[in-house]
Each structure stands twice: as structure tokens, then as C-alpha cells.
Ligand binder design. Sequence first.
Ligand code: SF4
Length: 277
Amino acid sequence: MKTEVSHFKDNIRSWYKNNARNFSWRKTNDPWKIYLIEILSQQTQLDRANKYYKKFISEYPNPEKMAVASKKKILKLWSGLGYNNRAIRLHESAKILSKKSFNDLYPNFMELPGVGKYTNSALLSFAYGEKVITVDTNVKRVVQRYFKKDNVDKFIEENEKDLLKHFNSRDFNQALMDLGSYICTSTNPKCNICPLEQECMKYIKITKKQQEPFHNSNRQKRGQIVNILINTKKVRSSELAKKLNIKETTLNKLIKDLERDGILNISKNKYIEIKSN
Ligand code: SF4
């Protein structure tokens, strides 16, 4: 198990180095900012939650400011995000936090409305640098598939120490969240561009075909195409071929593979982009 855990960590670490999504709150250890994005991103995609985060943090840079705001003002800022009870909980938390700081509550933040085990772990990991895994559905799915464990919660709990040994918990948690939401998705996981593909138990089980060597392979090129598109809205095939230093005919074949796998879309005017869902 030690070798599997260490391969898992090595691959996750190097993948995250080149693929981390760049959000301002990913670099902060201000618990208010972390709490805010956690509440905003519940049942909401990160990109969308991030737009609201920017509005909220500029209006309410600390809980004291939010505590004295009216409910109406908060609901107005929240408008369009849905699940309004989250806005109400956020407001109530701000009122508590204007009297008691996060440091006063540490290490148990569950006194704040809307904080469960997951958000508590997120605060411990991202704001306080604790060696804690934030166990959400994305993290569980990746770990469950890779290690092929039926009781994934138990497995994570028993191996948390090893999984986080010599690994910053913030990077580990964020890497697994990104991998789970973009590559190891619940349906149609994109195993052909996954950094864990070689040893993933799920992958080994679903395909017994001989793997092509990675370096300079079509698999590597497909991975590069997706990485470019994750960070760009859409791109023309000629531009993409230039970036990858390959012929357009070769690129078209790779694009077809990715289109068949449901990863990409090619628009009528030959723009290529990641399929929206
Ligand atoms: S190889 Fe496939 S199933 Fe395994 S972790 Fe990667 S995307 Fe998920």
C-alpha cells in the first residue's frame, strides 16, 4: 500500500504543478475569505462561485462589515446564486464572528451556521495549514477509483497521515478537487488524459488494452490539448497545431478522438473548446 500511496502522491503533485486553477482565495490563509468561498461554492461550480466571491469580498472584507449590513443587501448581492438560505447562514455567521474570531473558535468552527465536517476541514487545511483531508465527493471519487476501496471514508481516515506526509494539505486537497471536477468526473471520466491512469485500479479494470508509451505519444498530445483548452476559452485548430508543434492533419485526428470521448466541441467556424457539460 505504501508504494501505491507514494505513486498516487507523486503523480498528483506533478500534475497539479502545471494544472492548478488560479483563484485569489487559493493563496490566502485568511479564514474569512476561505469561509466565504466555501459557503459560496456549496452546490455551485467554482468559476461561478468565484464571480460572487469577488463581489462579496470587496463589499465585506471582514465579518464585522457584513454583520452590520441588512439582510436585504446581502440577498441582493447573492441574487442569482440560488439556495438563499446559504446567504442567511452567512449573515448569521458574520454576526457571530464579529464577536468571536476564528481563532477563538479554532479548531471547531461548527458553531457557525452552515459549517459541517467538510467546511471545518477546509478551514483547518487552508487557513491553519493542518494536515487534514477535505473529504468531498470529488476527493472521494478519485481515491475510491484509484485505490478501489469500497469504504473510501474509512480508507482516507486510516491513510490520511501517509497521504499528507511531505505534502502540503492545501495543495493535496485542491489538486484532488480539480482532478475530480475536470478529469475524474462521475460519468465519462477522461482516463486517457489522467495523470493517474497507469496505476488506477478503475482504469486497469475497465480497459485491458496495451498502453502506448506516454512520452511524445498521442496520449500525451491529447493531454496537452485539454490543458491548453482548460486555460483558454476557445482556440482555432491552426493556432493549436502551432502551439503543439504538430501538423494540422495530426491534430485533427487527436481532436476527433477527444470529440468522440465527449471532451471537446468543434464549432462551425472551426473553433475548438471544452464541451460545456
Ligand atoms: S484513470 Fe480514470 S478512473 Fe482513474 S483516477 Fe484517472 S480519470 Fe479517474
